[in-house]
Each structure stands twice: as C-alpha cells, then as structure tokens.
Design a binder for this molecule. Sequence first.
Ligand SMILES: [Zn+2]
Length: 198
Amino acid sequence: MIRLFPNAGGWLEVVCGPMFSGKSEELIRRLRRAEIAGQRVLIVKPQIDSRYDIGHVVSHAGAKMRAVAVENPADIPGLVDDYDVVGVDEVQFFPPEILLILDGLVEKGMRIVVSGLDQDFRGLPFGPMPELLCRAELVDKLQAVCHRCGGPATMTQRLVDGSPAAADGATIVVGALEQYEARCRSCHELAAPGFATG
Ligand SMILES: [Zn+2]
C-alpha cells in the first residue's frame, strides 16, 4: 500500500462539519476510491445511529456503503483486523475510549477516516471530536448552505416544534416534532434556558 506519510505507518483523517454538509458522502467517496485501488475497506458506526439503515452508511444524497454497527469501541479492533482503510461514521457519538482504540489502529499502519459533527446543536464541541481533530494528520471542515440566508453554514440548528431549542433542553423531547437545519453563525439561534419547548 502506498503511504501518504511513508515513515508514519498509518494516519488519521477527520471529516467534520454541521448536518447536511456532506460528511457521510465524503467518507464514502474516500473509501470507495481506496476500494477501487484494491484496498480492503470497512466502515463502522455507533449502534445508536439507526437513521435509514442499520447495515449501511447512507448519505443524505443517497450514496450507500455497507457498515458494521458497534456498541463498544473495544469491539472495533477485532472487526477491522483484515482491513487497510477503516471509516468511522458519526464518530461524535462514541465515548472517549474511541481515541485510544483508533490510535492503536493507526499505530498498526491503518488509514483511519472518521466523519462526524464537530459541534452539537448548542455550538459546543461534540464528544471526542476536539481530541480527534487535534490528533489527526488531515482535517477537513465541510460547510453546508445556511437554511435561512443561503450563506456558508458551519452550525446545526435544532428546532423543537418549529422553535429554536434551548441550550439546556432535553436531548429527546417525547412527542415533540424535532427538526434540524444547517445555519451560519449569525442565523444560528438558541432559546433562553427553560424558555422554549426544547
Ligand atoms: Zn445564515
């Protein structure tokens, strides 16, 4: 396998950005290219992400690639032992243990491509993302199109029953209609704590 960093063994790539910025699409594109070059590729994703299809990563644009859902980061090394390139989708949902696990795979010479939200709906760092961004050899921060003004969007807007969610809002609001939009920094809104339905 041709190495991007010849003396470094493997390496870590991060693809991040808000919702609707094409992260999963980009992850699939990178792994597909490696596959065409004859490399063995596998995508893993957290079990909690039951969007669309549990056995695949599916982008909003419809690109699709087989993926293995894992509950615990410690299960990943056993699954990916025979692969050259490992993708991790929705990496922000994994607990901090994912950092050491992925480091170990990189040490073994694997190319790891992770994709996920860098910020939560409050605009705060999401899970293990800050550390992954710090450790990565390559980082790409994708933008979406702001749903409100059409400018470049870097944030994810959470709406509960059509209104901006509060920063202290429950993660899951039973019976409420929850929606997400991509927004730029100036269009992104958070309701005052305890004010909105979120
Ligand atoms: Zn905007």
